[in-house]
Design a protein around this ligand. Structure first.
Ligand SMILES: Nc1ncnc2c1ncn2[C@@H]1O[C@H](COP(=O)(O)OP(=O)(O)O)[C@@H](O)[C@H]1O
Ligand SMILES: [Mg+2]
Length: 317
C-alpha cells in the first residue's frame, strides 16, 4: 500500500486527565517516508501524543489520521499499518529474544512461516544473531533496545512509532540505534515518528523537528531552520557576579540580536552578528559591569539553543 503524502496528520489534538492537559491543541503533519522527531522534556506530552496516534489512548478533542485512517473510527486499520516501540521496555525477561518476536507475530496472526521468515530477516537487521536464543534477561540495554526495534518491525509496518528509542543508552549504543533507524527510513521507505528529550538525537535523525512543551507544539521545522531562526552566531558566557547590569549593557549594544539566559546553569547566550569579532566587546561589557567571566565560548546555535529560546528552559538529561 502506498501512503498518502502525509503519513500522519493531526489537527487540534487535546488530551486531558482531570485538571492536567497532557496534550494541548497539537497540530502535526509528518510527510510519508520522512523521519520526524517530537522533542521535549519529561512531562511535555510526547508519550500521550504517540499513544493517541497509535490508538492506545482516545483524544479528548481533535482528529488524527495515520496512513490515511482515522485513529478513533478506524483504529484497527491504523494498527495494521504501524509498528510501535515503547519508552519503558516491556520485554518479558524469562523469554528468549526469538520467543519475544514469535509471540508478537502470533498476536498479529502471522503464520508460522511468515514469523520464521520475518524473525530471520529482523535478527540479521539488528544484528542479534548471536543472542537471539538467549534469555532476554542476559541482554544489555542496547541489545534490549534492538530487540524492541525488531519487535516493532515484526508486522512489516509502513509507519514506525518510537518512544524515546535510545533512552538510557550510552553514546555508542545510541549511535548504533540511529544507524538502524536511518537505514529503515532510507532502504525500506519507512516513515518514522520518534520522541526524544535528547536534542542531538533530533538533530542527527530528523528532517523535521517539533518542539513540544507543556502539551503545546511550540515551533517546528528542520533542525537547521530552527537553529538559524534564533540568530546567526552565538557567544556563551558563564561567570560570577550579578549578571543583570551586564545583560542590560548587552541589550544596549547594537550588534546584540537577542539574549537568552539559562539561569540554572548560569549561562548567558548572546546572539550576535559575528561572534569572533564581538568577543572582546562582550568581555569588556562584563568586566565594566561587575561580572567576572569564567568561561566564554563561540558557537553556532544548536537545536538546544533553539529549545531554550522558545521555551525559556534548557533541555537536560
Ligand atoms: N494516564 C495518565 N493519567 C494522568 N496524567 C497523565 C497520564 N498520562 C500522562 N499524564 C500526564 O500528562 C503529562 C504528559 O505526560 P507524557 O505524555 O507522559 O509526557 P512525556 O512523554 O513528554 O514525558 C504529564 O503531566 C503526565 O503526568
Ligand atoms: Mg514519555
Amino acid at each position: 500500500m502506498a501512503l498518502p503524502t502525509a503519513a500522519i496528520e493531526a489537527r487540534g489534538l487535546v488530551k486531558r486527565y482531570g485538571d492536567v492537559t497532557a496534550v494541548d491543541q497539537v497540530d502535526l503533519v509528518v510527510a510519508a517516508n520522512s523521519i520526524y522527531a517530537l522533542l521535549g522534556p519529561n512531562g511535555a506530552g510526547k508519550t500521550t501524543t504517540l499513544n493517541i496516534l497509535t490508538t492506545l489512548t482516545l483524544p479528548t478533542a481533535g482528529t488524527a489520521q495515520v496512513a490515511g485512517f482515522d485513529v478513533v473510527k478506524q483504529a484497527a486499520d491504523v494498527r495494521r499499518h504501524i509498528g510501535v516501540t515503547f519508552q519503558d521496555i516491556v520485554l518479558d525477561r524469562d523469554l528468549t529474544g526469538r520467543q519475544v518476536l514469535d509471540i508478537h507475530g502470533q498476536l498479529y496472526r502471522l503464520s508460522r512461516a511468515e514469523r520464521r521468515q520475518r524473525i530471520a530477516d529482523l535478527v540479521a537487521l539488528v544484528q542479534l544473531e548471536e543472542a537471539i536464543d538467549r534469555d532476554v534477561k542476559t541482554y544489555s540495554g542496547g541489545m534490549k533496545r534492538r530487540l524492541e526495534l525488531a519487535r516493532g518491525l515484526m508486522t512489516d509496518p509502513l509507519i514506525l512509532f518510537l518512544d524515546e528509542p535510545t533512552q538510557g543508552l550510552d553514546p555508542q549504543n545510541r549511535v548504533g540505534i540511529w544507524d538502524y533507524i536511518r537505514m529503515l527510513n532510507r532502504e525500506r521507505g519507512l516513515t518514522v515518528l520518534l520522541t526524544t528529550h535528547y536534542m542531538e538525537e533530533a538533530e542527527a535523525l530528523a528532517q523535521r523537528v517539533g518542539i513540544i512543551d507543556n502539551g503545546k507544539m511550540v515551533i517546528e521545522g528542520s533542525p537547521a531552520a530552527l537553529s538559524s531562526t534564533i540568530g546567526a552566531e552565538l557567544i556563551r558566557v558563564q561567570g560570577i557576579g550579578d549578571y543583570l547590569h551586564f545583560v542590560d549593557r548587552l541589550h544596549s549594544l547594537e550588534f546584540v540580536q537577542r539574549i537568552d539566559i539559562d539561569a540554572p546553569a548560569g549561562i548567558i547566550h548572546i546572539y550576535v552578528d559575528n561572534s569572533n569579532r564581538r568577543l572582546v566587546d562582550v568581555v569588556n561589557a562584563a568586566s565594566s559591569n561587575g561580572f567576572r567571566v569564567e568561561d566564554i565560548t563561540v558557537a553556532r546555535p544548536t537545536l538546544g539553543d533553539a529549545f531554550l529560546h522558545y521555551t525559556g528552559r534548557a533541555l537536560r538529561d
